[in-house]
Design a protein around this ligand. Structure first.
Ligand SMILES: Cc1cc2nc3c(=O)[nH]c(=O)nc-3n(C[C@H](O)[C@H](O)[C@H](O)COP(=O)(O)OP(=O)(O)OC[C@H]3O[C@@H](n4cnc5c(N)ncnc54)[C@H](O)[C@@H]3O)c2cc1C
Length: 387
């Protein structure tokens, strides 16, 4: 057993950390408050090859795996720049194309993922279906060689920044019973596709949208994969990378908050010459949060290494557990950081309360803590399904 990263992974971690610090949380918050995107950071990360670490080298990528992408997600978040689009574009959408796209789709999309010039967001959630994907109501109908796509999606991140959205639908004749999904790569400017921005209580330069698909006409090659049967494995291919990278983002955010708080409590003095961090009522909650974050990081590395070894089923269990652990740890770390900073914790300047909304959302999305507990109860503990 070996808990060390490879020298290349260590170098990647250090290099991404340096890039993240160059921009930092103040940049992230300023962009969010101005209603702008982190375009410069994304472009520089793309130029440096960090956005394409998991894309095969023959398409211009780094040839690494989800372990490398998780490192990128974690380190940018640890510098105060948690980028959700890393999860939807290179982790979910690119993996789906790598593993289940046609060769033509790989050639067309992967070089753009590799250098970060292409952003593809991911749309599965629907207002009526919610956590129950078996109820998806977005329907794909054949019209000659084309497809017509109709339905509604909600909370879809980054549509305003992306060239395409990977839409999960079902075919017309599969409208009842178990989900038989079909995935389409839909241009965000396709006629019939409209969006409206949701007002979210999250300080983030990345936005969520309602999407309306009204007979969006798509050519046959917009369907991901060689046939309709590619849909289910393609969807599942995206889920483990999603869980693992979103967990990495949470762990990075937790590290960031604990670091900001520890710096503060190690110097702030309000009782004579002693720092507030010398009081265990202050240091123990921080230490407890640090333990939780570190435990989550271990599970993330385990899940990523299982996934990269092709052990998808085991990675599914570990990835879900990592996502759960990191979601809880990040929320705990940010809340604790706010508390030990006192009034400063609620200011924009100290840059921790700005993360409260994001870490709270991390316990709901992309899969809620309850749905993970359901998964663990059923698949690890062999309990009956209640729903
Ligand atoms: C910031 C943010 C970004 C997002 N980005 C995207 C995106 O890019 N693409 C996308 O497709 N979606 C996205 N989502 C949607 C997200 O994946 C969903 O919000 C999430 O899956 C939960 O679905 P829901 O909101 O409909 O909740 P519901 O399904 O309505 O659930 C509500 C509550 O009930 C609980 N619950 C439901 N069923 C059960 C059950 N059987 N047992 C126990 N508890 C249950 C849930 O855990 C939850 O707490 C995003 C959401 C947020 C907040």
């Amino acid at each position: 057993m070996n808990f060390d990263l490879t020298p290349e992974q260590d170098q990647l971690r250090a290099a991404v950390r340096a890039l993240g610090r160059k921009y930092g949380h103040d940049y992230f918050v300023a962009k969010a408050k101005a209603g702008e995107h982190t375009t410069e950071l994304w472009a520089e990360a793309g130029r440096l090859g960090y956005l394409g670490v998991n894309i095969p080298t023959e398409y211009g990528g780094g040839g690494g795996g989800i372990t490398e992408l998780a490192i990128v997600c974690e380190e940018l978040a640890a510098a105060g720049c948690p980028l959700l689009l890393l999860v939807v574009s290179p982790a979910i959408a690119a993996t789906v194309i790598v593993r289940h796209g046609t060769e033509e789709q790989r050639k067309r999309f992967l070089p753009g993922f590799a250098d970060g010039s292409l952003k593809v967001v991911f749309a599965i959630t629907e207002p009526e279906a919610g956590s129950n994907f078996h109820r998806l109501g977005t329907v794909a109908r054949r019209d000659g060689d084309d497809w017509l796509l109709s339905g509604r999606k909600c909370y879809i991140s980054g549509v305003d920044e992306a060239q395409y959205v990977l839409v999960v639908a079902r075919t017309e004749d599969a409208s009842t019973g178990k989900l038989k999904p079909v995935l389409f790569v839909v241009p965000t400017d396709a006629p019939g596709l409209t969006r409206s921005k949701l007002d979210m209580e999250i300080v983030s330069p990345e936005n969520q949208f309602l999407l309306y698909l009204d007979d969006v006409r798509l050519p046959a090659d917009a369907l991901v994969g060689e046939s309709l049967d590619a849909g289910l494995p393609a969807l599942f291919a995206g889920l483990n990378p999603e869980r693992i990278t979103v967990a990495a983002m949470g762990a990075g955010t937790g590290r960031y908050a604990i670091e900001r708080a520890s710096e503060y409590t190690a110097t702030r003095k309000v009782w004579g010459g002693r720092t507030i961090g010398s009081h265990q009522g202050v240091s123990h909650p921080l230490a407890h949060a640090a333990v939780q974050v570190e435990l989550a990081r271990l599970m993330i590395l385990k899940a990523a290494s299982l996934y990269d070894a092709g052990r998808d089923l085991e990675a599914g269990v570990s990835g879900n557990m990592a996502k759960y652990a990191a979601g809880e740890a990040a929320a705990l770390a940010v809340d604790t950081a706010v508390q030990v900073l006192g009034g400063a914790g609620m200011t924009t300047e100290y840059g921790v309360a700005t993360l409260l909304g994001a870490v709270r959302a991390g316990r709901i999305a992309p899969v809620s803590r309850e749905m993970i507990l359901n998964f663990v109860a059923q698949h690890v503990l062999n309990q009956d399904k209640s729903y």
